[in-house]
Structures are given as C-alpha cells and as structure tokens.
Design a protein. Structure first.
Length: 118
C-alpha cells in the first residue's frame, strides 16, 4: 500500500489550497481515509476522517473551512482548504485504515507541507 500526498505549499492567510492523496494497493472507496497534520513541536492531530460509507468527522478547528472528498475513478482523496490561517501551518499526512476481518492496518503517506503566512 502506498499513499502519495501532494499539493502543499506557501499561501497567505485567507487563501486556499487543495491537497491530494493518491492511493495504490487499496481502494479508497472501500476503506476509511483521513487527513492528519503535525505542526512544529506538536503532536500529530486529526484533521478529518472519511469512512467508506461517506461519514465524515472534522476537527472543530477546521469545520466550515476544510472539505474532504473522494474521487473513486482516480482512487484519490482530496482535502480542500479554504480561509487558511497561520495556525493551519503543518505537515499534512494522508491516512488509510484497512480492516480485514479482525485485523486492522493503518497506513500513512509521506506528508506534504502547508505553510500559511500572516
């Protein structure tokens, strides 16, 4: 399984970015996917999770600004980030949780850096 995250960059506060996670070895439509982030000196935290049934769970800090979506044809998961704030600066990681029977395996992408300037 490989998760390739892309789309990070430098943006001014109030701006937008779109992150993409390309998956290989799994089908994004049949597994739980998500985005997490880790700011300098802080622990990795949840941004949003997306179950295979379409249920989402957003962190309070991004509700109303970030939107997760899935492109089944391209087998990708995207994160649309609007009205970005300096506190959104972090490395963003794509995540997949693959459940097979009673066995659960968690996969991580390599991360993509988002920097929001004030």
């Amino acid at each position: 399984v490989q998760l390739q995250a892309s789309g990070g960059g430098l943006v001014q506060a109030g701006g937008s970015l779109r992150l993409s996670c390309a998956a290989s070895g799994i089908i994004v439509s049949t597994n739980a996917m998500g985005w997490y982030r880790q700011a300098p000196g802080k622990q990795r935290e949840l941004v949003v999770t997306f179950t295979h049934t379409g249920s989402t769970n957003y962190a309070d800090s991004v509700k109303g600004r970030f939107t997760i979506s899935r492109d089944n044809a391209r087998n990708t998961v995207a994160l649309e980030m609007n009205n970005l704030k300096p506190e959104d600066t972090a490395v963003y990681y794509c995540n997949a949780v693959v459940a097979t029977g009673t066995h659960v395996q968690v996969y991580w992408g390599q991360g993509t850096l988002v920097t929001v300037s004030s």
